[in-house]
Design a protein around this ligand. Structure first.
Ligand code: 6PG
Length: 260
């Protein structure tokens, strides 16, 4: 397991999105050389949408064989599949509706109109889907995601693991049902901390002054129950990619080894 998160600070949100996009293309291409298929898990949010746009605009998108990319979600709102509240909507709209991204194999988390009886069954079903997508060289119960991209909430949440909420303590499965979420909508499906622990690389991406407190608390080694984004660690690497605004409350000496 990577000992310490690495910090990369970019001047602006646009530069941050470009940096994440370029790193992602390069990491997925390397993963394909190593494992055949690359496995990615996504989350939603404003900086992620910028990142999708940067990916779509990048010439290097052709360096990845998108037909050999499996795309999972790290969390989803348990609403109807056609709801504008779905987390997977923007990624589909900005990326996966167009070539070459449309070649990727998508594994959306179940919606309320799926065949599962209820939220618990939907979460269990997704855990099974994940287990079935393991590659021959994946070592655990689900694929060793090459990258999990996690946004950060102003309250320090990541995926649908919220501060001092039962989900952050629930390691009963790799995928959990989250009820009574403090952020609407109330019902969600999320990778648990156990599920996130399968990742080779976890990249937190945060932009804007509204995230500065959460970034400082997460990197300041706070209690994971109070600050869920302080907990996940990639088996190989944990990266915090932030813009200067989101880095504003970090200690002065924490300038990010790779600040650009
Ligand atoms: O499921 C959700 O309610 C959101 O997707 C949420 O978890 C989001 O990913 C983060 O809050 C970061 O989003 P922003 O960068 O837009 O704040």
């Amino acid at each position: 397991m990577a000992e310490q998160p690495e910090l990369i600070i970019e001047p602006t949100a646009d530069q941050l999105a470009d940096e994440v996009a370029q790193r992602l293309l390069s990491t997925l291409a390397t993963a394909q050389q190593q494992h055949g298929r690359a496995v990615l898990a996504l989350t939603a949010g404003s900086i992620m949408e910028k990142t999708w746009a940067a990916l779509a605009a990048s010439a290097a998108k052709e360096n990845v064989d998108w037909s050999a990319v499996d795309v999972f979600w790290a969390d989803e709102r348990y609403v109807a599949s056609d709801s504008p509240d779905r987390n997977d909507g923007p990624a589909r709209e900005i990326l996966f509706s167009q070539a070459p991204f449309s070649l990727a194999r998508l594994y959306p988390m179940p919606a309320t109109d799926s065949s599962y009886a209820d939220l618990d069954a939907a979460a269990a079903g997704y855990a099974q889907q994940l287990a079935g997508a393991r590659r021959p060289d994946d070592s655990g119960e689900i694929p060793n995601f090459d990258v999990v991209l996690l946004g950060v909430g102003p309250d320090g949440h990541c995926a649908s693991l919220f501060p001092d909420h039962p989900g952050v303590r629930d390691d009963s499965s790799t995928v959990i049902a989250v009820c009574d979420s403090p952020k609407p909508p109330p019902n969600r499906i999320s990778l648990s901390l156990r599920g996130l622990a399968a990742a080779n690389e976890i990249w937190f991406v945060a932009s804007g002054t509204g995230k500065a407190e959460a970034v400082a608390r997460a990197l300041g080694g706070n209690d994971p129950v109070q600050v869920p984004s302080s907990a996940p660690r990639g088996r190989v690497r944990t990266l915090w990619l932030v813009d200067q605004d989101a880095a504003a409350k970090l200690p002065a000496d924490d300038d990010g080894g790779s600040t650009t």
